[in-house]
Design a protein around this ligand. Structure first.
Ligand SMILES: [Zn+2]
Length: 370
């Protein structure tokens, strides 16, 4: 196979930077009595040398992941983001808004309605276009961005929110790579994509969500409004410092995979040897990749608890580990609960005080630290 064509600029020069081998689709959750084997597909990230977009190479067609419950951290971040955009004067009262949401949920429309914005129907022009983790789910990035900018009215603003590639690199989040997520944006690459559409990033806000999430505001190059210079410049400078366009830097993610998977396996084996009970929490896509790479089965991790009833009775793809109701936490009194979604820590500690009350602890699956 030759080089793939870039999903944004269509050029074919680039490099494979992360290869997780054959992986089950992370949104294919089989019933727990389905013995498998689950279908597997190559899971690879490619970095375009031309526009700098990090992207998924091939993607299987798979069923939609059962809708999860919305983490409190995500809800709080949405409110924070809308507040900050409003303070910047970018949410005109009586304006029209179009939202491109994520298939995993998390709409901002109710928050925007409270600010006096009215949603328009599909394809209609809008004064505010919001894309919150939406565009990453589009296989054709150039078509997706062209559609969004084409709907913006003069004087309007395009708001794009993404888990930044700089964050993924800095925190070694190799398991952010998953089927169905086609693009892993740096601000640098996104600025290039916007430029190809006659748009420019104007200002930005950063959030702690997922270790580092960016909300970027963009408008046409013809826009003569004055914008603060700092935020976008500092994001681009951070990108340059991290090296988001450097294949050798991204290769660091590949080295992290083995170390992380081995670390998890060793830790689980040590817990078992010591006779300690461990449960998982959060049947998220990043947990799928980690458990598969580490070769974890139910002998090491008897259950992954998840708050979403739609996932109960299913199992983690590529393993025999079942997904269970949170009631199992009280029933099993685990010595440790391995948390696959670190953003949930505050929320789960409050929701399941019985873990710590019984002498157990929450352990971050990314760092294996309490
Ligand atoms: Zn490209």
């Amino acid at each position: 196979m030759g080089e793939p064509a870039c999903r944004a600029c269509h050029k074919r020069t680039g490099q494979l930077v992360l290869d997780l081998g054959e992986q089950p689709a992370s949104d294919y959750f089989p019933r727990s009595d389905d013995p498998g084997p689950d279908p597997v597909y190559p899971l690879q990230m490619w970095l375009c040398a031309s526009c700098g977009l990090a992207q998924l190479v091939t993607d299987p067609t798979v069923p939609e992941e059962p809708k999860g419950t919305e983490p409190a951290a995500l809800v709080a971040q949405a409110a924070d983001a809308v507040e900050r955009v409003a303070l910047a004067g970018l949410l005109p009262d009586g304006g029209r808004v179009a939202e491109y949401g994520s298939p995993h949920g998390g709409s901002w429309l109710a928050l925007l309605a409270q600010r006096g914005l009215t949603p328009v129907s599909k394809g209609q022009p809008a004064d505010v276009i919001v894309d919150c983790f939406g565009m990453m789910h589009c296989a054709d990035q150039s078509v997706a961005l062209a559609e969004r900018v084409s709907r913006l009215t003069p004087g309007g603003v395009l708001l794009l929110q993404y888990h930044s590639l700089g964050t993924i690199i800095r925190h070694g989040q190799w398991n952010a790579l998953r089927h169905g997520h086609y693009a892993y944006y740096s601000t640098t690459a996104l600025a290039d994509m916007l430029g190809a559409n006659g748009f420019r990033p104007r200002t930005a806000w950063q959030f702690q969500l997922y270790g580092g999430t960016v909300l970027l505001a963009a408008t046409p190059e013809t826009d003569t409004r004055t914008w603060p210079e700092g935020p976008v410049q500092s994001l681009l400078a951070d990108d340059a410092k991290v090296g988001v366009r450097d294949p050798d830097v991204l290769d660091g993610l590949q080295r992290k995979v083995q170390a992380h998977a081995r670390g998890l396996r060793d830790w689980l084996e040590a817990q078992r040897s010591a006779g300690r009970t461990v449960l998982g929490y959060g049947a998220a896509s990043r947990a799928v990749a980690l458990l598969c790479q580490a070769g974890v089965d139910r002998a090491l991790l008897p259950e992954v608890v998840d708050a979403s009833p739609a996932k109960h009775g299913l199992r983690m793809p590529g393993t025999d580990v079942p997904i269970a109701d949170p009631a199992q936490i009280a029933a099993r009194q685990p010595d440790a609960v391995l948390l696959f979604v670190p953003d949930l820590l505050e929320e789960v500690r409050a929701a399941y005080p019985e873990v710590e009350a019984a002498g157990g602890r929450w352990v971050d699956a990314e760092t294996l630290a309490p």
